[in-house]
Ligand binder design. Structure first.
Ligand code: GLN
Length: 288
């Protein structure tokens, strides 16, 4: 009995702790309640629904201290995904570290679109250039187990994260260290997908993101299109006849990316919009 009284005195309830988190993050986060619930569920080892259903439940002092540390780091701008070590993408838990970009919800568009061109039976070979955490490659493999999926990245550290994800999810994809297509020899694919760095070097959004996320994954050079140009230039040599290239880009870059596709001889060039209605990706066919 004495022990549980002590716990009540030292600890705090789930409800009080969420309120503390919300108040602490009000000025730094767009989603203080969600962030607080996610961090508390993580440190108190419970589901988010438990926080709502049993706000009077008392949390162990060690978990409380850990939660307060995480709230403080979140207040400093660290993404929740890095604090939790994972982020859900296309319904898969994807582990992340500071070596990789946190998968964004809008990038699920790449997977949706890729799947619509990959038949369940014999989907063929798919390449994800600049795979990072492996999120896109793994989501495609999960939905199309028959596909031969290759993910390349120039960062060995990122590839290690992708490899951890592949084995944690039991998904057999090939991972290769390569700057864009350089390590692929003459290999060709039915579909190439990419979420390259596309933020303009001078964009204030970049400076903010770079406090925690890798420059390699975000900085697209002066006009944001350095990586996109490299991909459109080199992809044709790695596409099978009838193959397609699908590239994510910034919401103001649609027209310029369509032009790049046309300059590099692609046909049937079209822009895809994300759920917010913004231009978000270009899909183009290799010229016959
Ligand atoms: N959408 C990301 C952002 O705005 C950028 C991702 C990228 O450059 N591939 O932070």
């Amino acid at each position: 009995m004495a022990k549980s009284r002590e716990l009540v005195r030292e600890g705090q309830t789930l409800g009080e702790m969420v309120q503390f988190g919300i108040a602490s993050l009000a000025l730094t986060s767009d989603s203080p309640a969600l962030d607080s619930e996610l961090l508390l569920a993580h440190t108190a080892s419970c589901e988010r629904s438990v926080i709502r259903a049993f706000p009077e439940r008392v949390v162990e002092p060690a978990a409380k201290a850990e939660y307060e540390r995480l709230i403080e780091r979140r207040r400093g701008g660290e993404p929740v995904a890095y604090l939790l070590g994972q982020r859900e993408f296309y319904a898969l838990p994807i582990r992340v570290s500071a070596a990789v970009l946190v998968p964004r919800p809008e990038t699920e568009l790449l997977v949706d679109t890729a799947l619509s061109y990959l038949p369940l039976e014999s989907p063929g070979a798919v390449l994800d250039v600049g795979t990072g955490s492996g999120a896109v490659a793994l989501a495609i493999k999960h939905e199309r187990p028959g596909a031969r999926v290759v993910g390349v990245d120039v960062s060995a550290e990122a590839l290690a994260v992708a490899a951890t994800n592949a084995s944690a999810l039991g998904l057999d994809i090939e991972l290769l260290e390569s700057s864009w297509f350089d390590g692929l020899g003459t290999r060709r694919f039915a579909l190439i997908v990419a979420n390259p760095p596309y933020v303009e070097t001078g964009d204030p959004v970049l400076e903010d993101a770079l406090r925690h996320e890798p420059r390699l994954a975000l900085d697209g050079g002066p006009d944001g299109l350095d990586a996109v140009r490299a991909i459109f230039g080199k992809a044709p040599a790695h596409l099978l006849e009838g193959g397609r290239l699908l590239v994510e880009h910034g919401h103001t870059q649609g027209e310029r990316v369509r032009q790049l596709a046309t300059i590099h001889g692609f046909s049937n060039v079209r822009t895809l919009k994300d759920l917010a209605g913004c231009d978000r990706a270009v899909l183009a066919d290799r010229a016959q």
